[in-house]
Design a protein around this ligand. Structure first.
Ligand SMILES: *Cc1c(COP(=O)(O)O)cnc(C)c1O
Length: 201
């Protein structure tokens, strides 16, 4: 089964996986891609230049430091918030700035951990008056379709998603996309697969 309303965002961190961000970004934009993900604010600034003339959303995975807010605004970049302290800092400094919210469902790398996720679920109004544009999580071992953690992460993510049904949800990288439609939610986040890589033999 496939869901025709699923959007595809492009992960173009690390100079589009070494292929050349300028060329890759404009080719993807010409092909209709309107959502992009980079790791750092400086990559986002470069992406915005490559996407001049396109109405594209650019998310920056690594969150933000307060000092970066003017740069984020100037290039119209959306930081991906990784903990509740950053949510509070956004509320104080730039409540209108659109952002993504990363939930750690098992990757143990980036995103709100279990305790902070429970806090958010218990008090969803933490986000009131702010401008969330996407809720995301990252799969830890999607390249192993049999790994029980995949199901667990999907269920944890589903639970958060249900609390915020109006915010577009994104779970799957290239390998996650291949786990099937249950893993697709609203926006896909392939990197590798866009560039000819194959995460699963
Ligand atoms: C790198 C990355 C992706 C893309 O992963 P691929 O395996 O290259 O498809 C998606 N989401 C996040 C958060 C990433 O860091």
């Amino acid at each position: 089964a496939s869901n025709s309303s699923v959007a595809v965002g492009a992960v173009v961190k690390a100079n589009a996986y070494g292929l050349g961000a300028m060329e890759v970004l404009s080719a993807l934009a010409r092909a209709g891609c309107r959502t992009f993900y980079v790791a750092h604010t400086s990559e986002g600034e470069e992406a915005r230049r490559a996407l001049a003339g396109f109405d594209a959303d650019i998310f920056v995975f690594n969150g933000f430091w307060p000092v970066e807010i003017p740069a984020l605004r100037a290039a119209n970049l959306f930081p991906v918030i990784n903990d509740l302290a950053q949510v509070e800092s956004l509320r104080l400094l730039a409540p209108d700035l659109p952002f993504g919210l990363h939930i750690d469902t098992g990757m143990a790398r980036l995103g709100l951990g279990d305790a902070e996720t429970e806090k958010l679920l218990a008090r969803p109004q933490i986000l009131d008056g702010l401008a969330p544009r996407q809720i995301m999580s990252h799969l830890a071992c999607a390249d192993d379709p049999k790994a029980p953690l995949n199901t667990l992460q999907r269920r944890r993510f589903q639970r958060v998603r249900e609390q915020f049904p109006h915010i577009p949800a994104s779970l799957s990288n290239s390998a996650g996309i291949m786990l099937g439609a249950q893993y697709h939610f609203d926006v896909l986040r392939p990197g590798l697969a866009l560039f000819g890589g194959c995460p699963i033999p």
